[in-house]
Design a binder for this molecule. Structure first.
Ligand code: HEM
Length: 185
């Protein structure tokens, strides 16, 4: 028999003023909490053309000193309509004393990244510490991700990629806005 899932006793919070209160070590990233949506453009030297995409990103916490991170993207056609599903990833951003961040991020393309960096003044800058690849994954050597809160409701994202024999080069840039209930990009 199907049993609907019970609400867990320790649900995640998506806003700094919700219960549970964010752990003090989350202070440099509480501005990220919640859901974001927006559009971006991507490129890579191995690709024939640039592409346009939409993305939704969510950060939450359960009172402990890490964020749960979840992102999904889909490609957009020339008319801005959804074309096909694209990258998805999820992970954990572990906040350390003095604003250091250790992020563990996995993707359904067989790539698992551990990135390290810092969070301060509304900017999170993460660079690869290690990448683990499933046997059939594309060869990814490194990434760099920068998330910038340009104001309380705007999150800019830039992603560089070293993969398939290329050096660290621009792959993605997007501008995300804080989502109201049910908003779509
Ligand atoms: C918003 C997120 C992302 C979007 C929209 C996106 C989009 C794309 C697109 C459209 C391609 C061309 C192949 C295809 O049509 O599927 C591609 C290739 C690729 N992407 Fe991304 N990507 C994203 C994130 C990432 C991330 C996080 C990584 C790695 C950590 C990554 C690594 C790659 C690699 C390795 C290729 C293959 C390049 C090649 O074989 O020539 N992408 N991406």
């Amino acid at each position: 028999m199907f049993e609907p899932p019970e609400t867990p006793p320790y649900p995640d919070a998506f806003r700094p003023d919700e219960t549970p209160a964010p752990h003090p070590l989350l202070a440099p990233v509480t501005g990220l909490l919640g859901s974001w949506a927006g559009r971006g453009r991507g490129e890579y030297p191995t690709l024939d053309e640039e592409f346009a995409y939409a993305q939704q990103v969510t950060f939450s916490h359960d009172g402990r000193p890490f964020l749960h991170y979840e992102a999904r993207a889909w490609l957009l056609g020339p008319d801005g309509a959804p074309l096909r599903p694209s990258a998805r990833e999820s992970g954990w951003w572990r906040l350390q004393p003095d604003g250091r961040v250790e992020a563990l991020i996995t993707q359904p393309t067989g790539i698992a990244e551990i990135s390290v960096g810092r969070a301060a003044d509304g900017v999170v800058d993460l660079a690869t510490h290690e990448v683990a690849l499933a046997p059939t994954a594309k060869k990814v050597d490194a990434t760099r991700r920068r998330y910038t809160l340009t104001d309380g409701d705007t999150l800019d994202f830039v992603h560089d990629l070293a993969a398939v024999g290329q050096p660290l080069l621009h792959h993605l840039s997007a501008r995300l806005r804080r989502r109201g209930d049910g908003a779509v990009p």
